[in-house]
Design a protein around this ligand. Structure first.
Ligand SMILES: [Zn+2]
Length: 290
């Protein structure tokens, strides 16, 4: 009986090969279409594939009281945000330094800050980073023998934060200092330099356009006259992007008025237009952030 069965050719094998070829062609076509769409429309075709993870009630309560960005989202976007924060916490290893003990609160707020910055992206988990080291306050760094509030170390795939300064950064929402956003932008920037994904491509496109704008004589004059950005922004290109990010979130109205093109580029780079109603965004509304 077994012998007879082996004699009969199995057509399913042939069908299987054809099916696999069709699937491969579909996948390649879809990826090609996705790439074309994101470069043509300057945003991802879709940001989420599946949204199913939920945060614990205590984490949601924390976001509601300490993280106004969460409250500003629609129910649907809150669901996406929860999924992303939960995924981020699961993907990263949080390491306590010195006397600090990592709590659920530390993890939730750090992950929320990371996900706020990457909320407009499809690629939101900062694949360039595996560890988040948290010190209670400023820490000594071997990189330049100095005390730091934060740093991103790409070789060790580590983001290092002073919790005291991270907390100050998200509690005071209108002083243009936000350590979390600053350091996560460094990581996002370095990832974009080597990344081949659609979000990295959009990042580098708008980063280069921002650099072109900065070379403009009229813009340089406005920078000199207004001294809008703190001096540290001009340390190098990476610091400029990190500081610009802090201003984008904390002084959007002024940034948009003084440097409209730069504002549009960072807004497109982060793809956050669908969250922030540009016309309604003002320093006043941001001031309500704790
Ligand atoms: Zn920096």
């Amino acid at each position: 009986m077994l012998y007879l069965l082996q004699e009969i050719p199995l057509p399913t094998e042939g069908y299987l090969v054809i099916l696999l070829v069709i699937l491969a062609i579909c996948l390649i076509s879809f990826l090609g279409f996705e790439n074309w769409y994101s470069s043509y429309y300057d945003k991802p075709l879709y940001r989420n594939f599946l949204v199913y993870k939920k945060l614990a009630p205590s984490q949601i309560a924390l976001l509601k009281t300490e993280f106004p960005f969460y409250n500003s989202l629609t129910k649907e976007l809150q669901g996406q945000f929860q999924h992303r924060v939960a995924t981020f916490i699961k993907n990263k290893e949080f390491v306590a330094r010195e006397s600090l003990e990592i709590t659920q609160e530390n993890k939730t707020l750090i992950a929320a800050m990371a996900c706020k910055l990457s909320f407009g992206r499809k690629n939101y988990t900062y694949t360039i980073m595996d560890y988040i080291l948290v010190y209670p306050g400023v820490f000594y760094s071997n990189t330049n023998d100095a005390h730091h509030k934060g740093e991103f170390n790409p070789r060790q795939k580590s983001l290092v934060l002073s919790w005291e300064d991270f907390e100050k950064g998200y509690r005071i929402g209108n002083d243009n200092y936000n350590l979390g956003l600053h350091e996560f932008m460094h990581a996002m920037h370095l990832e974009a330099k080597v990344g081949r994904d659609i979000d990295s491509a959009r990042f580098m496109k708008h980063f280069n356009l921002i650099l072109q704008r900065l070379a403009d004589e009229d813009l340089k004059k406005t920078l000199d006259e207004t001294r809008f950005f703190r001096a540290y922004a001009f340390t190098n290109q990476y610091e400029f992007m990190a500081v610009l990010t802090e201003y984008y979130f904390e002084s959007p109205k002024e940034l948009k008025e003084l440097f409209p093109e730069v504002y549009q580029h960072i807004n497109a780079m982060l793809n956050l237009g669908f969250v922030f109603n540009l016309e309604k965004r003002s320093s006043r509304s941001i001031e309500t952030e704790k």
